[in-house]
Design a protein around this ligand. Structure first.
Ligand code: NAD
Ligand code: ISE
Length: 341
């Protein structure tokens, strides 16, 4: 059986996901695309796919069985609610939405529908290195995790489009989600410190240093730097009671020459997480073909949104900004189930 998919948003990641859905993965066909920039949608449409004029026309089309949302964050809520109302499985790029109220509306709609339909694009959970790191922590052999050091460096970000809020409400959401998942924990408060500004980013608030307080008492420090120029550098190290577990350097050819001994650094997220994105879609196609969703849920998107909101408040107040989650609906499982997912 082939899953017939419609893609909303044909920008950078929409085009990359279109490539993997048409050229890399099987069991899936893109039957429709749409973008507010119609010319861009037409240029990105795979052969035979219909170019829809609006997301709602695409979502309600009989030929579309499942939806992939790659539009900008503020547009996600309306598109998610339409997909849920149509009962269609939906992969939504992060962030789920851009406010707590919007996250609660999406969660309420999915809970009322009665079955998981939404998978959020937190692709780090599908990365083999992060999965091995979690497996080591989950054995308990290193003792309880006490601290997690997460480094998130981008070579550059789109000038003019990436604003000073985005290190905290667009980029940090990955670190928030991977911290919750790795440590099987929830974030209860956020502090933000803004160090000396990098001259490479103009007026952008960059870098930022974030401290996540976890329910267990563990602390997570996150460096977000988005104009580091030398590449896309993602690091992670978990300090436990009786040992330390860290992400490895990515396997890459070791070059020795007159400049020394070195390994290449990925250019951007597309290169660093290429296999993780492939795997997240492999698992999504399997779940969506059964009419459901797997992996990062609306609940996880909601939790990350609260971290982003608290981080924005903390950047202004300079204080520890608390987070309080609503009761977790049964649809999203227990804390133990979260650890296993
Ligand atoms: P982009 O600007 O390159 O592309 C976004 C596209 O969405 C544009 O073509 C725009 O015209 C279209 N669009 C915006 N609003 C729309 C609407 N209401 N209806 C239809 N089309 C609409 O941005 P991008 O880098 O591709 O990012 C898109 C999303 O993917 C964002 O939410 C971003 O945070 C996320 N993203 C995730 C990762 C990841 O690592 N998981 C990486 C990059 C981007
Ligand atoms: C982008 O939207 C992503 O999701 C990337 O993974 C992240 O590294 C980058 O900072 C974001 O802007």
């Amino acid at each position: 059986m082939t899953l017939q998919v419609g893609v909303i948003g044909t920008g950078m990641i929409g085009q990359d996901h279109t490539r993997r859905l048409t050229k890399v993965l099987s069991g899936v066909e893109i039957v429709g695309v749409t973008d507010i920039d119609h010319a861009r949608a037409a240029a990105a449409a795979p052969e035979g796919a219909e170019v829809f004029t609006t997301p709602s026309a695409l979502i309600s089309s009989e030929k579309v069985q499942a939806v992939v949302i790659c539009s900008w964050g503020p547009a996600h809520e309306e598109q998610l609610l339409a997909a849920i109302a149509a009962g269609k499985p939906v992969f939504c790029e992060k962030p789920l939405v851009t406010s707590e109220a919007a996250a609660l509306r999406v969660m309420e709609a999915e809970v009322a529908f009665g079955r998981r339909l939404v998978q959020v694009g937190f692709m780090r959970r599908f990365d083999a290195d992060y999965r091995r790191l979690k497996a080591v922590i989950d054995t308990g052999k290193l003792g309880a995790p006490l601290m997690f050091h997460s480094v998130h460096r981008n070579a550059s970000v789109p000038e003019g489009l990436y604003t000073s809020e985005m290190p905290l409400n667009d980029t940090l959401v990955h670190d928030a989600d991977i911290s919750r998942w790795l440590l099987s924990d929830e974030v209860t408060g956020v502090e933000v410190r803004v160090p000396r500004r990098s001259s490479r980013g103009g007026e952008l608030r960059d870098p930022v240093f974030v401290l996540l307080h976890m329910a267990s008492g563990a602390l997570v420090d996150v460096e977000i730097s988005v104009n580091i120029s030398y590449g896309y550098d993602i690091r992670g190290e978990v300090s436990c009671e009786a040992g330390v577990a860290a992400l490895p350097n990515r396997p890459a050819t070791v070059i020795s020459d007159s400049n020394g001994i070195r390994q290449a650094i990925p250019e951007d997220w597309r290169e660093r997480f290429v296999e993780a994105y492939d795997q997240e879609f492999r698992e999504w196609i399997a779940a969506a073909s059964r009419g459901s969703a797997t992996g990062p849920s609306t609940w996880d998107g909601y939790a990350a949104t609260l971290v982003a909101d608290a981080a924005l408040r903390a950047a202004t107040s300079g204080d520890l900004e608390p987070i309080s989650l609503v009761a977790k609906p049964d649809l999203y499982g227990s804390r133990t189930a979260l650890a296993a997912e």
